[in-house]
Design a protein around this ligand. Structure first.
Ligand code: OOB
Length: 531
């Protein structure tokens, strides 16, 4: 078992197996099953490349053997930072089959995040594109080689320069020992905890269920064509049902390099896409774009929206303007997924964020003392279940407070539960700004801002925003010279922070309001900023 992984207690593991959640299959076998029954069906389309299930299956095997020859072993962590391409899908299946553990990072992440994730995971390898949207990932890899002693290999899709080209590793497949179903299959990034970003271990057993049950609840089948529009490494497009759910259902993936309507709409029209997943600001943008783009979107049957709260007004427009059904998804990389069901009343689909995927998702809604609130009242969502983690990876200290003594995750989300079991997300307790689905860890950003010489003190708050839901505002107390917004952004960029974490605006104040206990009064800051 991977060191630093917290397993489910044996009584729970037994129950989850007996109840059929954990079927003892690995993610590598998910692809193998379909390649056996439907070898000639198209598994994925990436621009002009079309790979059948047979081809994807074989390519995953060839690469898995190549990675083993390179010296990677079961349990080794591999930081994966690839855009939405065929190689991403091939690589993750190669790693699943080898039993090496992908650490799923986003293409937008930079030195700060990647160094932290390589160091925390003790990664042996780092896989990058040569360049993506004008950024040369090899420069980032060079810096990582200097700073992260665990890193033995940098593998590049494209022009590898001094590193190893990923495609050159493919070789005649040899039998692999492979992982056990209870082993950690991958490490996902947490969007939601305080302090430094955390890693979420997901096992083959639990993630297989996550993908297969999601595929069922979203009605996927062999005719499904799923557009991978959000970054593939995020839990939502990866397995809710996303890439893994689509392949489990025998459907086809359509890889989309970026989720803008200009890129996505022509792909939907050309490849007859039936389903995709978006965050609310993108859903809103797609709705607007139907006014000026005339691509044929008539193949689209289902739009999933999640990641942050979708406004009912936007939800209501999806059917009439995009001509497809809407499914709200309230999920978290930690596990728990809530979906509105395809046969739910319109009221529920428009106004709730869905209900739990599994019968055995134990959801509690509690007050600040940890007592269950009366039905229909708002409180913090606690969860325990067959695909919700029991501990963040290598984070014993954090785990001591992030979970109740009986193993419920404290989600930090404030929800209200309806008699139907559907949840409405009302807010949050955790100190994270949800910038339209992208999670900005407040403490991390504050620390980076504090390292600027002209910043004496800072408080970062989320302000209401019509399209993002929330935008990031840095309230700064200057030291001597007043820093400008662009100076602060340049400082964060030079530090190597991902751009989605940059503040949208900076306000320079004379002092920060404090509570009686001396803590920064963020409620007052938000109120003042709004008035
Ligand atoms: C998804 O996963 P993460 O890990 O990036 O972020 C999880 C957090 C939740 O705890 C909640 O605070 C927020 O994002 N959230 C929503 C939401 N979906 C997620 N808040 C309001 N309404 C929603 N529909 O964001 C994620 C993972 C899998 C599927 C979908 C989203």
């Amino acid at each position: 078992m991977l060191d630093g992984f917290v397993p489910w207690p044996e009584t729970f593991a037994t129950r989850y197996r007996e109840c059929g959640y954990w079927t003892g299959r690995t993610l590598g076998s998910l692809l193998r099953e379909r390649a056996g029954t439907h070898p000639e069906a198209v598994a994925l389309i990436d621009r002009d490349r079309r790979w059948t299930y047979r081809e994807l299956d074989q390519r995953a095997d060839c690469l898995a053997t190549g990675l083993q020859r390179l010296g990677l072993a079961p349990g080794d962590r591999v930081v994966v930072q690839l855009p939405n391409t065929a190689e991403f899908v091939q690589l993750i299946f190669a790693l699943f089959r080898l039993g090496a553990v992908p650490v799923m990072t986003l293409p937008a992440q930079r030195h700060v995040e990647i160094e932290h994730l390589i160091t925390l995971s003790g990664a042996a390898a780092y896989v990058i594109p040569d360049a993506h949207f004008g950024f040369d990932h090899r420069t980032l890899a060079r810096a990582m080689k200097d700073r992260a002693p665990s890193l033995r290999h940098v593998l590049v899709v494209g022009d590898a320069q001094e590193f190893t080209a990923l495609q050159t590793l493919e070789t005649e497949p040899e039998p692999l020992h492979g992982p056990e179903p209870a082993d950690v299959a991958l490490l996902l990034l947490s969007g939601g905890t305080t302090g430094a970003p955390k890693l979420i271990p997901r096992t083959h057993d639990d993630y297989f269920y996550n993908a297969a049950a999601s595929a069922q609840v979203s009605g996927l089948n062999p005719l499904t064509r799923y557009l991978v529009a959000l970054p593939a490494a995020h839990n939502f497009p990866l397995a809710c049902p996303g890439i893994l759910g689509t392949l489990h259902a025998g459907g086809t993936l359509v890889m989309c390099p970026d989720p803008s309507p200009d890129t996505a709409f022509p792909l939907i029209a050309r490849d007859r896409v039936t389903v995709t997943a978006l965050v609310p600001p993108l859903a809103q943008l797609w709705l607007e774009a139907t006014q000026w783009l005339d691509d044929d979107l008539s193949s689209l049957q289902l739009l999933q929206v999640g990641g942050s709260r979708l406004k009912a007004e936007t939800a209501r427009r999806v059917g009439p303007e995009l001509g497809c059904s809407l499914q709200q998804v309230f999920g978290m990389a930690e596990g728990l997924l809530n979906y509105t069901r395809l046969d739910d009343d319109e009221e529920l689909v428009l106004h709730t964020q869905g209900r739990p995927l599994a019968e055995d998702d134990e959801v509690r809604v509690v007050d600040t003392e940890g007592r269950d609130v009366p039905e229909g009242e708002t409180g913090e969502l606690l969860v325990r279940g067959p695909y919700t983690l029991r501990g963040y990876y290598r984070a014993a200290e954090h785990n001591a407070t992030a979970f109740t003594p009986d193993g419920f995750l404290r989600s930090g989300d404030l929800v209200r539960r309806l008699p139907t079991g559907h949840l409405v997300v009302e807010g949050r307790l955790k100190d994270v700004i949800n910038r339209g689905g992208e999670k900005v860890p407040v403490e991390e950003l504050e620390n980076h801002l504090l390292s600027h010489p002209a910043v004496l003190d800072v408080a970062v708050v989320g302000l209401p925003d019509a399209s993002l839901g929330e935008r990031t505002c840095a309230c700064v107390i200057a030291r001597g010279q007043t820093p400008t917004h662009s100076e602060l952004i340049a400082h964060l960029g030079a530090h190597g922070l991902a751009a989605y974490k940059f503040p949208d605006e900076t306000r320079v104040l004379a002092s920060l309001p404090r509570t009686v206990l001396g803590k920064v009064d963020k409620t007052a800051l938000i109120r003042d900023a709004a008035s």
